[in-house]
Design a protein around this ligand. Sequence first.
Ligand SMILES: Nc1ncnc2c1ncn2[C@@H]1O[C@H](COP(=O)(O)OP(=O)(O)OP(=O)(O)O)[C@@H](O)[C@H]1O
Ligand SMILES: [Mg+2]
Length: 206
Amino acid sequence: MKTVAILSRKGGTGKTTLAVHLSVAAERAGHTTALIDLDPQASAVSWSDKREGGTPAVISAHSSRLPDLLATAEQSGVDLAIIDTAAHAETSALAAARAATLALIPCRPASLDLLAIGATVDVVKLAKVPAYVVFNGAPARGNLTNEARRAVEAYDVPCAPCSIGQRIAFVHALIDGLTVQEAEPTGKASHEINALYAYLANEIEV
Ligand SMILES: Nc1ncnc2c1ncn2[C@@H]1O[C@H](COP(=O)(O)OP(=O)(O)OP(=O)(O)O)[C@@H](O)[C@H]1O
Ligand SMILES: [Mg+2]
C-alpha cells in the first residue's frame, strides 16, 4: 500500500479539494482507495456523506490512531491511502508526513501562501518524506504561477509540473458530493486533476 499525505500549515489552500479529487481519480484507475480525514472539521467526511456508492471509503480519525488505521487498511486490501490534514495541527501533520510515501503541499500562487510554505516544508523535512508543492487556484492569465515556482526554489522542495486552476467547477462539484471528473468529465478542471493524478501515480508507482 502507498500513502500520500496532503499537508499545508496554511488554511484554505485546497488540501481537502485535492484529497477527494485524487482519491476518486485513484478509484477510477482501479485502485482500492481509502481517504483518511485527520481534520476535526471533517470536511472530507461531510463530502462523502453526500455521495452515493460508498467509494472512496472516507474515514475520520485522530492522528494517534493513524498507524493502526493504515495497518488495517493495508490488511483489508487498500492500494492507496490518502490523508487529508488540518491546517493548524502540527502533531497531526507530522504523524501524516511520517506515515507517507509522498507528501503533497497544496499552495495558492499568492505571496501570503508562499511566505507560509516554510512551516509545511519544516514538517516534511522533519519526517524525511519526499514532497512536492502543487499550485492550486492558479489564475487563468498572467505569470503568477511561474513567479511562484521561482519563489518555491528557495525552499528546496520541487514543484509538481502540473498545476490546478482557479475554477468554479471544483466548488460546485464538492457541494454535491461529487468531483469534477464526475460532474464535468470533459472540462478543464477534470483534465487538470487527471494530469496531477497521472503524475502522482507515476511518482509513487501505483
Ligand atoms: N482550484 C480551485 N478552484 C476554485 N475553488 C477552489 C479550488 N480549490 C479549492 N477551492 C475552494 O477553496 C476553499 C478551500 O478549499 P479546501 O477546503 O479544499 O482547502 P483546505 O486546505 O482543505 O482548507 P482547510 O485548511 O480549512 O482544511 C473551498 O471553498 C474550495 O471549494
Ligand atoms: Mg480541509
